[in-house]
Write a protein that binds this ligand. Structure first.
Ligand SMILES: [Zn+2]
Length: 419
C-alpha cells in the first residue's frame, strides 16, 4: 500500500503526493472538465506525473470519468476528464425553527430528492431528533442507491454551533438543544460520517459554490431573520475561527443600553433588528400610544403582530411602520459597515425573511453602509440579495460535506471505491 502522507520529492513544490492528488481533483471539479495537458499546464507539473495520477483516479478509484475529447493542437484529440459525480451521494439537512428540509445530492451538489417537514420545535429535543432520523431514513430508503454509496451527511442548524466538535452549543429555536453532540448522535444512528455547521455558514458555502459569490474568494454572507448571523469567506475558504463558530454578527453590540438579548448581553444587533426585535419595538411603540395603522390591523391583539403586517403598513405609507423598518435597516447597515471595515471585501450577500420588507430595508442598509464604511470600501462594495431559494442551507450543508471530501480530512472516503 502506498503511504500518501510521506513527504517526497514528488513534484517538489507540493509537500506530498496526497496534496498533489487533492489539487488535481479540486481542479477537475472546479473546471468541470479538463484534459491531462491542461492540468499539467495549470499546476505547472509534468505530464507524466499527471498521467500517472489520472490513470489511478480513473482505473483504480473510479473517481473521474472520460467526457469526450478536448481541442487538439495537432494530432489526436486529448481526452477530457470530469468528476464521476454518481460515485457517491450526500444528504443535506437544514434544521430550522419552523421547517426542516432534507435533500439528497450527488457529488456535484445536484439535488436528486427533496423533503420538507415541520420541525415542531416545541415538542422538544427528542421529538425533533426523531423527526430528523425519519427524514434521513426516508431520503436513504426512498432512493434505489446502494447503502455504501451514501458518503455522508451534512447538517445545518440555526444557532451557536461548534462545527469542529459537531456540537450544538445553543439553539434558540429548539428547546433542549444546548450542548447537544448532534454529530455523534447522527453518526451512531446512521453509521456514516456527519458534519454540522451553523445555517448561515452553510448558506454561505452554497452561495460560494452556486450563487452570486461564485467568482469571489472574499465576501460576507449575512442572514437576517429570526436571528442574525454571518458567514465570511476569506481567500476562498469559509472562516470558522479557532473555536469553529466565527461570524456571530448578531451578537455585536449596536446600542450600549439596548434591549436584553437571548445571549445575555444588552443591545445586540439581533435583539433589535431580527424579526422578534422588530416586533418588540413595534409593540413598545403602540403601547406608548403611537398612532399607526398597525393597531387596527392587529385588532389590539399583539399575537396577530407580524413583520409582514408592519412591512405592508410601511409600504402603504404608515409613518411608524416606515420608521421601524428603516431603522432596522440602519442598525443592520452599521453592523455590515463594521464587518466590511474588518474584512475589506467587495461583496455582501443578504439572505432571510426580513428582506421581504422590500426596498425600504435594502435602501436603508445600502445608505448606512455608504455613510459608515470606509469610503474606499463603500465605493466598491456590492450589496445583493441571494438568488438561491429556500434550499440554500440544506444545499450548503451537503456542499460543506462535499468540500471535506476534497480535503485532507475525508479524501479517503472519495477514493475508497474500487472498480
Ligand atoms: Zn446577543
Amino acid at each position: 500500500m502506498v503511504n500518501d502522507n510521506n513527504p517526497s520529492t514528488f513534484e517538489g513544490r507540493f509537500y506530498n503526493k496526497k496534496a498533489l492528488k487533492l489539487k488535481i481533483l479540486d481542479l477537475i471539479r472546479n473546471k468541470g472538465m479538463i484534459t491531462k495537458q491542461e492540468i499539467a499546464k495549470e499546476l505547472g507539473i509534468n505530464i507524466t506525473t499527471v498521467s500517472e495520477l489520472i490513470n489511478q483516479f480513473y482505473n483504480k478509484y473510479n473517481v473521474i470519468k472520460e467526457t469526450g475529447n478536448g481541442n487538439s493542437s495537432g494530432g489526436r484529440k486529448p481526452k477530457l476528464y470530469s468528476i464521476n459525480n454518481e460515485l457517491g451521494y450526500i444528504i443535506g439537512i437544514d434544521v430550522g425553527g419552523t421547517n426542516t428540509r432534507g435533500i439528497l445530492t450527488d457529488l456535484a451538489g445536484n439535488i436528486i430528492r427533496y423533503i420538507k417537514i415541520k420541525t415542531k420545535a416545541s415538542e422538544g429535543k427528542e421529538a425533533v431528533l426523531a423527526k430528523i432520523f425519519s427524514l434521513t431514513s426516508d431520503l436513504i430508503s426512498l432512493s434505489d442507491i446502494p447503502k455504501e454509496k451514501f458518503f455522508g451527511i451534512g447538517m445545518s442548524i440555526s444557532g451557536i454551533i461548534n462545527s469542529f466538535e459537531g456540537i450544538s452549543i445553543f439553539c434558540p429555536n429548539i428547546p433542549g438543544w444546548e450542548n447537544l453532540p448532534i454529530k455523534k448522535i447522527m453518526e451512531e444512528k446512521f453509521k456514516i460520517p456527519v458534519c454540522i455547521d451553523d445555517s448561515v455558514r452553510c448558506a454561505a458555502v452554497a452561495e460560494k459554490r452556486f450563487g452570486i459569490a461564485k467568482d469571489h474568494d472574499n465576501f460576507i454572507f449575512i442572514s437576517i431573520g429570526k436571528g442574525i448571523g454571518m458567514g465570511a469567506f476569506i481567500d476562498g475558504k469559509i472562516y470558522r475561527g479557532s473555536m469553529g463558530l466565527a461570524g456571530e454578527l448578531g451578537h455585536i453590540t449596536v446600542s450600549e443600553d439596548g434591549p436584553l438579548c437571548n445571549c445575555g448581553n444588552k443591545g445586540c444587533l439581533e435583539a433589535i433588528a431580527s424579526g422578534p426585535g422588530i416586533l418588540r419595538r413595534a409593540r413598545e411603540g403602540i403601547e406608548n400610544g403611537i398612532v399607526t395603522s398597525i393597531s387596527k390591523e392587529i385588532n389590539k391583539n399583539f399575537e396577530n403582530l407580524s413583520v409582514e403586517i408592519i412591512s405592508k403598513a410601511a409600504n402603504e405609507g404608515d409613518k411608524f411602520a416606515y420608521y421601524l423598518i428603516n431603522r432596522t435597516g440602519e442598525y443592520i447597515g452599521i453592523a455590515i459597515a463594521a464587518a466590511l471595515n474588518l474584512f475589506g471585501c467587495d461583496l455582501v450577500v443578504l439572505w432571510g425573511g426580513i428582506l421581504e420588507c422590500g426596498d425600504i430595508i435594502l435602501d436603508a442598509i445600502k445608505r448606512t453602509v455608504k455613510m459608515r464604511a470606509l469610503e474606499f470600501i463603500s465605493k466598491r462594495v456590492r450589496i445583493e440579495k441571494t438568488a438561491i431559494g429556500d434550499n440554500i442551507a440544506a444545499l450548503g450543508a451537503a456542499q460543506t460535506f462535499i468540500d471535506k471530501l476534497y480535503s485532507d480530512s475525508d479524501y479517503n472516503i472519495l477514493v475508497k471505491s474500487q472498480k
